[in-house]
Design a binder for this molecule. Structure first.
Ligand code: BYC
Length: 336
């Protein structure tokens, strides 16, 4: 394709800068170094990362809802304290991730607006209800388990602030997964009713948890570029397979079954085969048609409105601090 020649000296300078920037970017990616906020980066790298990181942040924030709903109904003080700490961790994850996304140039208000107006996605899994206490176990074991599988490779994402945020998030997620496992283990070794409640929770969350990894590779429009940029290190299907291989023996240890008649060890592949997932349901959930989409968004909007006074107070405090700092700097100058 013919190269269009720059029409003004300013254009020429900026296209020379872009070429040098692109060269540096390509080198950093090739040598597995990190891209930092002040580095030149291609516009579509910035856009795609802002998309992924902010959607990840939204998922953490919306993901607080199914569990927060169970804090007052947790069966003991200890369970309540653990669940409360977990939900607070999710809020923290959301905040680290919004901060990482903001370093790419889009402000928090805009990112939040994208969520509240339905322009941004959040993870499909949080559009399913948490019906029983056993769901806290299934969410911890399967949802946080899938999150860990997906997110450990993201600790090596090429964008520095994202990778660094993921390191801390993954440490906390592994505690979350263990607490979920422990809830399910207690229930599956309890009364027959408790075991049945645990099994039913696993039955409901298994398929949606596998869909957290995204659509099959052939239908994943973002994967190719994202992997070339070393943001994603493995494809959606590779990570899904890794997760299935991990949870089959764990389910056996729990004494529970996974609700997939096609699940069996494939000697040749060295992996478990698993049945087709319901991708029509997945697409419908993404379009807002899941069982809890409407409630989740309504609750988030309500929480945002109720939090207006906190934002106003924080802004007033920041203004006063800035004025005081200015005054102090002036006084120092006068005194000098
Ligand atoms: N749900 O081209 P693809 C957590 C979208 S938080 C909804 O494969 P990509 C936790 C995708 O965004 C868990 N949407 O995309 C929190 C794209 O749409 P756009 C969240 C999905 O980015 C609290 C389109 O489908 N984890 O664990 O290459 C309590 C095509 O997909 C989903 C993260 O966000 C989905 N499941 O790959 C407990 C991890 N899947 O944006 C636990 C970071 C796909 O083009 N994100 N879509 O309009 C990622 O790793 C990747 O973004 C994904 C998707 C693997 C999710």
């Amino acid at each position: 394709m013919a190269q269009t020649s720059p029409s003004t000296p300013l254009d020429a300078a900026s296209s020379a800068e872009d070429a040098a920037g692109q060269e540096n970017f390509d080198r950093l990616i090739a040598e597995d170094s990190r891209i930092e906020p002040r580095d030149w980066m291609p516009a579509d790298y910035r856009k795609s990362l802002t998309r992924q990181i902010s959607q990840h942040a939204h998922s953490e924030i919306i993901g607080m809802q199914p569990e927060a709903n169970w804090i007052t109904r947790a069966p003991s003080l200890k369970r309540k304290a653990i669940l409360m700490a977990k939900v607070q961790d999710e809020a923290g994850h959301g905040l680290y991730l919004y901060s990482a996304a903001e370093t790419l140039g889009t402000g928090r208000d805009e990112l939040n607006d994208q969520l509240l107006t339905g322009r941004a996605k959040y993870s499909s899994i949080f559009n399913y209800p948490a019906r029983t206490w056993a769901d806290m176990g299934a969410i911890g074991w399967l949802v946080d388990g899938a999150a860990i599988c997906n997110q450990v490779p993201l600790c090596r994402a090429s964008y520095g602030p994202y990778g660094r945020a993921m390191v801390r998030i993954c440490k906390e997620e592994s505690f979350h997964q263990r607490q979920g496992w422990e809830i399910l283990y207690s229930l599956s070794h309890g009364t027959a009713e408790q075991k049945q409640m645990a099994q039913e929770a696993v039955n409901r969350f298994y398929g949606p948890a596998l869909q957290m990894f995204g659509p099959p590779d052939a239908d994943s429009p973002n994967s190719q570029k994202s992997m070339a940029w070393k943001v994603k290190r493995f494809s959606n299907d590779e990570l899904r397979q890794r997760f299935v291989d991990m949870i089959v023996p764990q389910a056996e240890a729990l004494g529970l079954t996974l609700p997939d008649p096609d699940l069996k060890w494939n000697e040749e592949r060295g992996h478990y085969d698993y049945g087709e997932l319901d991708w029509d349901e997945f697409m419908s959930v993404l379009k807002g048609g899941g069982p809890m989409n409407v409630q989740r968004m309504a609750r988030r909007q309500q929480a945002h409105e109720e939090g207006a006074w906190v934002r106003e107070a924080a802004a007033a405090y920041a203004r006063r601090q800035a004025e005081e700092n200015l005054l102090a700097a002036d006084t120092e100058l006068i005194g000098a």
